[in-house]
Design a protein. Structure first.
Length: 114
């Protein structure tokens, strides 16, 4: 009999007038997906990582540059397993590290981990 995967569903908020979410603990999870909120001010989605929950968060890059979801639509989902798997703690950014975009209202993103 096959073991069922363990899922965790969390919400993180990018507060109004801010561009960076609260911390997401990735410990023990290999796969991650982000579900966008219905109200999203137009902006790319990027990610920052740290080895400590209250440490310095730095932009996540791959060989193509900053890991970016370009102009995600509201109420859509994105799988980001490969890019985020190595990191213990992440935050989600509205905009890029070079050009962050403050959201005009609190934006609650749903993060699914398995």
């Amino acid at each position: 009999m096959r073991d069922k995967p363990i899922y965790r569903v969390k919400t993180v908020t990018i507060a109004a007038t801010e561009s960076l979410s609260s911390v997401i603990d990735m410990d023990g999870y290999q796969n991650v997906a982000v579900i966008m909120p219905t109200g999203w001010d137009t902006a790319d989605l990027t990610f920052a990582a740290s080895t400590e929950i209250d440490g310095t968060f730095i932009p996540i890059h791959d060989t193509s540059g900053e890991v970016t979801i370009t102009n995600p639509a509201a109420s859509t989902a994105f799988v980001l397993s490969e890019q985020l798997r190595p990191f213990k703690f992440i935050k989600i950014r509205s905009g890029t590290s070079a050009s962050a975009v403050a959201q005009t209202a609190d934006r609650v993103l749903i993060v699914v981990q398995s």
